[in-house]
Design a protein around this ligand. Sequence first.
Ligand SMILES: [Cu+2]
Length: 334
Amino acid sequence: MLNFFNLGRKSTTRRQFIQWSLLIGGISAAALKLNSRQAYAANPVKIPPWPKTDSTSDLSFDPMSVLRDFNYGTLKEEDGQTIREFEVVAHSTTLQLNCAIAFVSWNLNDRVPGPTLRATEGDRVRIIFHNEDGHSHSMHFHGVHPAEMDGVASIRRGKTTVYEFDAEPYGVHPYHCHVAPVTRHVGKGLYGLFIVDPPEGRPDADEMVLVMGAYDLDDDDVNELYAFNGIPNYYRDRPIPIYQNQLVRLYILNMVELDPPITFHIHANMFQVYRTGRSLEPSEESDVITMGTAERHILEFAYKYPGKYMFHPHQDDIAEHGCMGYFDVIPDEA
Ligand SMILES: [Cu+2]
C-alpha cells in the first residue's frame, strides 16, 4: 500500500487521492462485511425462548408464533416426482384487533397473514385451496408459473381447487386473493408469504417474517389501523426477543392497500438489503427502505448493543396507528 501511494505521490492530485482512498475504503468495508457474515455463519444460531402469550388474551392467533413459523408442506412421491403439498383453507374469523375493536377477517388457515409457505427453487409445489368462506376467493402467487396457475379465477364458496407449479425463481414472493375488489379482499386479510430458498441455501440465521397490513374498518377506502403480522401494536406490547450479535434474517412484505408506498425502518442499526430476496449477496445497506404494495425483501442485521429498539414505517401516522414493534436484544453472555 505504501508503494501504491509513493508511486503516485508526484502526480497525485487531491481529487485522485480522494478517489483512491474511497476505493481502498470500499474494499476494506466489503472485506469486513464478508468477514462478519462468515463469523455469524460459523456460530450456531440461538433463538431466545418465546414470551408466553397472555392467558387472558382474546387473540384468535398468536403473532409471536406467526413470526418464526415456516410451513414446508408435506413431501409426496408421485410417478417418480417429488411434490411439496400444502393445504390452505379460507375462512372468516373475528380478530380482536385491540381491546375495543373486533374485526371480521377473511383469512387463510385462521391467521393474518396466512401461512408462510416455503420451498426450494425447482420443487414442484401443490397448493390445495379449500374455500370454506362465504365469499369467492382465490390464491394468486407472485413468481413464475403457467397462466392457468395464476390464481386470478374466483373459487366459489365450498369449492376446492389445486394450484401446482415449479417453485421459481428463488426469492421472497407474496400470495394473495385476486378476486375484485382486490383491495377489499386483501384488506380483510387474504395474503401471505411464499419463500423460495435458493438451492444452495443461505447462511444460518434467526429467521423471521414481518408482514405489514392495514384495516379499513368502516369500508370508506381509508385505513384506520395497521399491523405487523395481523394484530396492531402486538410487538410494541410484546417485544421480539433476539440475541445480541446474532444474525437476524427478516423476510418483510408490505401488503398495505389504499395507501401510497410506505417505508420500513429499524432503530440504532443498519441492515443489508437483498431486494425481493433475489440475490445471495446484499445490494445495499440502509436503515430505511421504501416498499410499494406487494414489495418484499430480505433484510439482514445483528444488534451490537443490548436493549429495546423500535421498528416501524417512517410514515409516523401509520406507526402510531398500529404498525409499531420492538426488538428486545438480549445480552450475549456465551
Ligand atoms: Cu378473496
